[in-house]
Write a protein of this length. Sequence first.
Length: 102
Amino acid sequence: MSTRKQDESVLEAKRARTRPPPLYKVLLLNDDYTPMDFVIIVLQKFFGMDRERATRVMLQVHREGMGVCGVFPRDVASTKVEQVVSFARQHQHPLACVMEEN
């Protein structure tokens, strides 16, 4: 009979590091048809901005072609995009809202 010598070893628990979920920027895109006042309303209603901040973002959209509305986890960003696009269509505006990874 052969004898096996078993190593005595202690197993150490490895801590798995969880990463925070990736964040996504929600952007409004400029168009030539959506009124500026409507964009301000959208920013206040869906992104909780006060009138002054909403006006600054609206002007950024107007001048630079796009503006950041906020940065959110994927599900929240996706929901915001859907809400904004739906609200714009209900009011017959072609306002485009998209999300991209931050």
